[in-house]
Write a new protein. Structure first.
Length: 229
């Protein structure tokens, strides 16, 4: 696995590893750090290093480092895997919102070996419930055809992930094309319950642990911006 990401202040780089805690996949990501180097604030919990929903209890909003949030990134996917199990080939995660133990959104890029372009889709995980998938471009199917409006390797594009209250908005942005937008109602997802907190992650989460040893994925990030109320 390879990645190129400029080092932005107040993000913490998570190094690639053979088996990280709570995952069976390797990754190189930037983890949002609102504490800005102040290590007196814990990385976990409702506190100044993390943010909460605008619909969270008033005490949580006052204690958190931010309320609601926006992540914007510009990147290009340079390479994806072409070997491994059919459900994992060509699949990576390029952006997330992580909560205590769950991921309220994961943004996927997937290109199958026979296709010239890749698909973009998201997964929304409800606390204690199943995941809902939403396809922005193309299909996440293991036998998908090349999407006419898909994204080719080395093609630069941007995404925006935004939370306002219980509402999630994910936008795919490309020059000279209309934005592709997916809205998700999170009213029943549980992320504004007391004690729940969130943080952004951007990078390359390599969700193929069955590929050949010589196979790898590569992503280049050119820009990342995060903001909160």
């Amino acid at each position: 696995m390879k990645i190129s990401i400029p080092q932005y202040l107040y993000w913490r780089k998570q190094q690639p590893c053979s088996a990280s805690i709570n995952t069976n996949y390797v990754r190189v990501e930037l983890r949002e750090m609102l504490r800005r180097g102040n290590t007196s604030f814990s990385t976990q919990g409702v506190g100044k290093n993390n943010w909460v929903f605008g619909s969270s209890p008033a005490a949580a909003r006052a204690a958190a480092g931010g309320v609601d949030g926006r992540l914007f990134a510009t990147l290009a996917v340079n390479r994806v895997t072409s070997t491994g199990d059919s459900g994992q080939i060509g699949r990576i995660i390029i952006g997330q919102i992580h909560a205590n133990d769950d991921e309220l959104v994961r943004l996927y890029y997937r290109k199958l070996p026979a296709n010239s372009k890749g698909a973009i889709y998201i997964a929304h995980e409800k606390i204690g419930g199943e995941e809902d998938y939403f396809e922005l471009v193309g299909s996440r199917s293991n036998s998908a055809s090349s999407p006419a409006e898909g994204i080719a390797l080395d093609e630069k594009f941007s995404y925006e992930i935004k939370v306002i209250g219980r509402h999630l908005k994910v936008s795919l942005l490309r020059p000279k094309r209309d934005p592709i937008i997916q809205y998700v109602d999170m009213s029943d997802s549980g992320y504004d319950a007391p004690g729940q907190y969130q943080y952004f992650k951007a990078g390359l989460y390599h969700v193929n642990n069955t590929a050949d040893v010589s196979d790898y994925a590569q992503v280049t990030f050119y820009q990342s911006e995060n903001s909160h109320d």
